[in-house]
Write a new protein. Sequence first.
Length: 139
Amino acid sequence: MGNTIMPSPWESTPQEQWAQNFRDRISAVTDNLEESGVEDYKAGVEAAFDQAGVDVDADDVSLAVSRFEDSVENFSDEAMKRTTVVAAAQYLENNDADVDVGSVPGSTTYEEASEDEFEAAPRVLGDKFIQNWADSYSA
């Protein structure tokens, strides 16, 4: 019997670590927007006017803030997750990837993508990232 080293169940592969980091970042982005995104943006716009030495035009500021507020309201966890699933599906469709794809199919459209498939999708993209990174060193 060879001297095979068993991987520790507590250690993640680079792909798994990348995937977990990706999931965490999506949560952080949406949490930050929900908590104080609009207020922070409004303060930033006003600070930019101040630094430029320009009197703040309330109409300009409110227009910029209201447009940002609209985009925040239309921005969702679900949209980011669906987009991630579509990206993973396109990668699988165009590559013979040797990766545990879970429930991510190929040829998925945004409308067909489900949040349930998101758990597996970052693993697929993590494999893509790690593989591309490895390929860049093997040239």
